[in-house]
Design a binder for this molecule. Sequence first.
Ligand code: DX5
Ligand code: ZN
Length: 220
Amino acid sequence: MVEISTSILSVKEAESIKKFYDLEVAHTDYFHIDVMDGKFVANNTSQLMKEYVNQIKQISNIPLDVHLMVTNVREYLEEYIPVNPNIITFHYEAVKNSEEIMSLINYIKENNIKVGLSVKPDTKIEEIYEFLPYIHMVLVMTVEPGKGGQKLIEETLNKIKQLKQYIQKNNIELDIEADGGINLETIKKVKEAGIDIAVVGSGIINTENYKETIKQLKNI
Ligand code: DX5
Ligand code: ZN
């Protein structure tokens, strides 16, 4: 059964407490925290996400799935390690240098937090093969990072399939998470491509009944 990580990016400040409570009751598997620095992507959500994480921590024990779309990964690790998320994912494209990537992976693991590595739609999946034995999850962006409510980029499905085949052939234990444009219409093909976790933002936040939507997303 695919797990659902609800992106809180499109939650409006005025109704955030109620929305987080509704997601707690609806049993989302994770809260997906989209941290953007205004450099790696144009949007800057740093303050808002910090505020939302504080609110969520008061309402729920559901694990946090932190997605860092930032240039200075270390700076944001100092902010997010203390909130003790389940996993912290950073972008391959933000670091690129293998030694630095390995050092970040080890630093996150030394703090007893799982590590994810994310790739943008145009990045070839082979570019991160060398890191796979050391991480817990690959976050395959199925839209360009930077905002919610975008259309899923179909070409990225082949990347998920290629990654799935590679980790099965090489006996590598890791989760594949897809992120962007996933909803009741698109989730079937993303599941067929081989994901373990689906990030869903507007496909849940804009619906009437979160519990029902999450149930449908899991059962399609
Ligand atoms: C985009 C974020 C995604 C996005 C998902 O940069 O990483 O998590 O918020 O939102 P939807 O599901 O609306 O595409
Ligand atoms: Zn995300």
